[in-house]
Design a protein around this ligand. Structure first.
Ligand SMILES: NC(=O)c1ccc[n+]([C@@H]2O[C@H](COP(=O)([O-])OP(=O)(O)OC[C@H]3O[C@@H](n4cnc5c(N)ncnc54)[C@H](OP(=O)(O)O)[C@@H]3O)[C@@H](O)[C@H]2O)c1
Length: 425
């Protein structure tokens, strides 16, 4: 049975999807019983060369959504508008929608899910987190019966590439970023990646999937990797850790915490082995135990493959007269304020190596209710470096202690403060 597919966007992902739809038509029909027919692909630049025949190209986005031959719409143009309104228009017309647009889902997810539910059609977004990694379907279906404890995600390939290269080569952040841009792993404007915004959008989606709580990307506590010094990556390695940018969604004290920040991960943790541009999400549950989803988090081939899986799913349901309920079912859960989150910290202090300094520093931690797990000194005299790892203590206590340390005469600089992954909640 035939389903006409209209694609909004014919770039890295949309172009590959269009090529695959044409090349794999018979194979897909044999495997799934659905005959997917590419109808049109909307782009901005009609003259650009594409990996599919020019006869499919149009620059009229709306005509693709409204075309009676198009029964299913795939949005791969990116951005918030006009993508969001085009998706709502397709849903209102009873057309299922597949998208890879994490920024849009993070910003307008609940509204889009409601529109899909009201129209009785599917909205699928497998490629929005983790690119080619099958993740959203397993989380929403296979693990639907598990009360998950925590998700730890390396969900931004650019930052993982940069941190891995800093670790492997000992090169400074700025040099590695420039090299990543030259190789195409980082955008000319890398802010969304290195500042953590992209990971925050994905963290919002992961938290919605795992806990049914919606935390808009703007409300996710977000720190990027632009302040990470290669020296701390080296010291962390000496202490048995590597540095990763983690998106964390966890159940804490009856609520949910969602955050993105650089984190020290023990070298024997599965996430420590996720290097380069790869993505991975580590899922912890009381009965399932630990699961690791890992693979290519971006790229035309992997992402288009995940999108195509959604297209086949949605087309099958359309033909059967059913629909896939929105993968995210929002409930009543609450968000735990960031200051209440407990974790260990790694702190690097540049200090004068004078008698009583250590006691003074320990006193400051004690006053704020933070206990020290280990201390390590590098160098002597005026160039001494102290590395401390604390025990679990609330975020607010750690921040107050760091402010107080900064005010001590004997502490020349709090050079780094990075959270350390905590044991399972
Ligand atoms: N690339 C990845 O590896 C990856 C991974 C996961 C998710 N995603 C998501 O997938 C989506 C697409 O990403 P991409 O990398 O394929 O982007 P891209 O290469 O920049 O392609 C965007 C496409 O949309 C078209 N377009 C954009 N705005 C338009 C407008 N106003 N009118 C008409 N056409 C317009 C562009 O036309 P022109 O070609 O004429 O410029 C281009 O064909 C994004 O939401 C992204 O976040 C991408």
């Amino acid at each position: 049975m035939r389903v006409g597919v209209g694609v909004l966007g014919g770039g890295t992902v949309g172009g590959t999807l269009a090529r695959k739809l044409l090349a794999e038509r018979e194979n897909i029909a044999a495997k799934s019983g659905v005959e997917l027919e590419l109808v049109k692909v909307a782009v901005r630049d009609l003259d650009r060369e594409r990996p599919f025949p020019a006869e499919y190209v149009t620059d009229d986005l709306q005509s693709v959504v409204d075309d009676p031959d198009v029964q299913l719409v795939v949005e791969l143009m990116g951005g918030i508008e006009p993508a969001g309104d085009l998706i709502l228009r397709a849903l209102a017309a009873g057309k299922p929608v597949v998208t890879a647009n994490k920024a849009l889902i993070a910003e307008r997810g609940p509204e889009i899910f409601e529109a899909a539910t009201a129209a009785g059609v599917s909205i699928l977004f497998e490629a929005a987190v983790g690119g080619g990694i099958p993740l959203i379907r397993p989380l929403s279906e296979s693990l639907a019966g598990e009360r998950l404890n925590r998700l730890l995600g390396i969900v931004n390939g650019t930052t993982n590439y940069i941190l891995s290269a800093m670790d492997a080569d000992g090169a400074p952040y700025a040099d590695v970023l420039a090299e990543a841009q030259r190789l195409g792993y980082a955008e000319a404007d890398p802010t969304a990646d290195v500042g953590g915004g992209d990971a925050a959008a994905k963290a919002t989606i992961l938290a919605g999937l795992a806990f049914g709580v919606w935390v808009g990307a703007d409300a996710v506590h977000t720190e990027g990797i632009d302040g990470i010094d290669t020296l701390d990556i080296e010291f962390a390695r000496d202490l048995g850790y590597c540095v990763k940018l983690l998106a964390v969604a966890e159940s804490v004290n009856g609520g949910v915490s969602v955050r993105v920040h650089p984190t020290l991960v023990p070298l024997d943790h599965p996430l420590a082995n996720v290097r380069g541009a790869h993505n991975a999400v580590f899922v912890e549950g009381p009965d399932i135990g630990d699961l690791l989803f890992m693979g290519p988090g971006a790229g035309g081939g992997p992402t288009a493959t995940a999108v195509l899986g959604d297209v086949i799913d949605a087309a099958r349901d359309l033909l059967a007269g059913t629909r896939v309920a929105p993968r995210i079912k929002l409930g009543e859960g609450s968000v735990v304020p960031f200051g209440e989150i407990s974790s260990k910290w790694y702190i690097r202090l540049e200090v004068a190596d004078a008698p009583g300094v250590l006691a003074q520093i320990a006193g400051v931690f004690g006053e704020h209710g933070v206990s020290i797990m280990s201390v390590w000194q590098d160098g002597r005299g005026d160039d001494a470096t102290l590395l401390l790892v604390t025990h679990d203590a609330p975020e607010a206590a750690h921040q107050a202690a760091v402010r107080a340390l900064d005010g001590l005469d004997t502490v020349k600089q709090v050079a780094a403060a990075i959270r350390v992954i905590s044991p399972e909640p």
